[in-house]
Design a protein around this ligand. Sequence first.
Ligand code: ADQ
Length: 469
Amino acid sequence: MSRLIAVSNRVADSSNGKTAGGLAVGLLAALRKQGGVWFGWGGRTCHGEPTDPTVIRRGKVSYATIDIDEVEFENYYNGYSNGCLWPLCHYMLNFFHYERCFGRAYVRVNALFARKLRPLLQVDDVIWAHDYHLIPLAGELRKAEVENPIGFFLHVPFPNIDVLRTLPGHRLILEMLTRYDVIGFQTTSDVRSFIEGLSRVGFLESRLGHDRFRACGREFTAAAFPIGIDVPGVIQMSERAVGSATVKRMRDGLVSRDLITGVDRLDYSKGLPERFRAFEELLASYPDTRGRLVFMQIAPPTRGGVRAYQDIRAELERLSGNINGRFAEPDWVPIRYLNRGFSRSILMGIFRAARIGLVTPLRDGMNLVAKEFVAAQDPDDPGALILSSLAGAAEELDAAVIVNPYDIEGVAEAIQRAANMRLAERQERHRSMMGQLRLNDIGAWTDRFLGALEAVRQQECRGGSITDA
Ligand code: ADQ
């Protein structure tokens, strides 16, 4: 079996037993099965050219991390990746801020990744790069004569060409993607946007099959690989966690009131101010909900170096303060806003204890919280999921209560409906969504993507085009 070389901006640290999100769980399982290397930034900056990667081996997996020059990092990560590509991919152009030096640093840091990764590669390896930080990586590796199969998975949405055109140099982004052998997206709609983009700028040469294309002189696979979760893992964690002291204390504190929960990174794409306003609208329009529901929003800050993230934090503090000030009673506070992270097991326990999961991003590649919320429910008495139609997860979880997150009154109505939903309906919706989650879990996601990459290798082997890298 080929070694897997996973490349992402950050390498997840599995040493403390707190392996983070779904991606880390899935990638680590695949790396442990196949053996391989996880390569990326180690979380430290330096001045000038970094030294060679620090490599730590644990079992069949090596973790190879590099430092990045402080100024380069600022321009590549905060500037281009999170100041240009992130808002663009989420259709939020009011947060888009471009400077030429960002784009240059972005390409240079990708070249640095390629330079530092190159000596670690073996001829039979397959390489899998992750997310919008690393679009030029395959092109840089090809320049260094790496001919191994290289795949790319985009975790965020791929924007329609009319939005993508906002970015100076967007043609290069499209061209760089064609340097990969397999390009994976979360949804079929993202694939359509990518292919339409190639076509509109005149790069698309032909469609070779259902998901095989030729553009910029190269053949590649472009398809939807919706990311899944570790379903048995979440079920087990949630069952155990309801008995934990933290979750018990939280339940006691609710005094038999119903819990609505929201769990998101503190990011403007997650629709948090709109969600807070929808809850306010609910309390204003449906007075019977007052004193009966508690909304707990958990939102740990991220990307503190980007101005927009500081602003949204301040806005949420103001909104939750206003809403609590307007509606709270001596024995009831409507919003509990927790600006911090929790262990995954506690989160799963909170999901299980909740009557409603509120997942209302303004745009999201997939949204794993929606899937985790469903899997964490007690099948005999499941909570209801309210899900944004603009999250990739809505393509699969159509048995959720689907809302448009911009429609504040519509979301308030949906909360009212979910709060009064009969047991039989909740069970039916839950059963349907669990079927989908089990069918496409995290193992199925890695197997499908790596299968597509392996197919490329076999095709190239037959054509004899793999040379010793
Ligand atoms: P994110 O934007 O980070 O991911 P999401 O898919 O919801 O969004 O994943 C977040 C993960 O972090 C979940 O596993 C969640 O449980 C965990 N998490 C969230 N808040 C937490 C907290 N307070 N404490 C601890 N853990 C917390 C990007 C894309 C998504 C896509 C994923 C995976 O933006 O659209 O679904 O990648 O491809």
